[in-house]
Design a protein around this ligand. Sequence first.
Ligand SMILES: [Zn+2]
Length: 336
Amino acid sequence: MQGRFVGALSSTGSIYFRQAPRHNGGMDLKRFSDTFGTEEQCVEYLARSRWPHGPVCDKCGSISDAWKTAQPRTWACRACQKQFSVTAGTPMERTHLPLPTWFMAIYLIATSSKGVSAMVISRQLGISYKTAWFLCHRIRQLLADDDCTLKGIVEVDETYIGVKRRPDAKSKRDSDDDQPKGRGGTRKMMALTAVERDGKAKARKGSTHSERTIAGAVFDWLDRDTVLVTDELPAYRWIGKRFPAHLRVNHSRGEWSRRDPLAVACAHTNSVESFNATIKRAISGVWHWFSIKHADRYLRELAVRWNMRRMSRMERFDLVLGSMFARPLSWRALTA
Ligand SMILES: [Zn+2]
């Protein structure tokens, strides 16, 4: 039921696709490839997204005082007589790939709930694996975390990620029920996760479940007026004292949810556990092979996917496309 009104709930709403059914978000693959099938269609959409008030010259700053030249992607400024491109400063700037290929790759990566491998992109777009890997890498960098802090009621947890699930592992109510085993294991990586109730998520890898590691992440991510909800891990006791309220659930005693009459909120960690489950599903189902070296980028990407979960497909596409224009300078520094 909730899925049918996904588009309408979003504050950044696209006017075209509100109340779209969940199965296609108002823009399925066929319609997307028809809408953005040519270089001209893509350039026009990029120009409207980047310059909603008319083309902006990146040499002199004049607004809406330029004309489109015969050269692809290029405008000429009347004020300074120089030329500028709609893809300047973006990952699309120095690429020989056609824009429809970029658009389709962004669409596929932004709208997938778990992520897409370079192999799938290569097959879907009919490009080489090497090119697909390059595209995926660039687009994933666009899916960087925003700098927002988490507020309200925030659940914090750790989860242990292994490359492969043991075949004898039984599914339990709590997918993180294997934590004590994970803590002692050598082939598992710990990820720290924090999720606002009904809101955004953050994740990063941690080397240990020590107080210092956890406190570093928690103090970076959480607003100081947050109500903190955690399990009974001792490291949280000291951290919890820095917040106005700290609710703990005792999972080892089989306690999953508790409502105290005087407490500000119900004590449970269901939100962070469902986010942790998406991390595990993504790693076992999409990436298969998991490099701990790149773990932080994967975790950031999964947090952004979680944050976009109520947006329509086109809203996700616009968000990723828009992030290309939001940080052109940092992008240049990254590829310099
Ligand atoms: Zn100019």
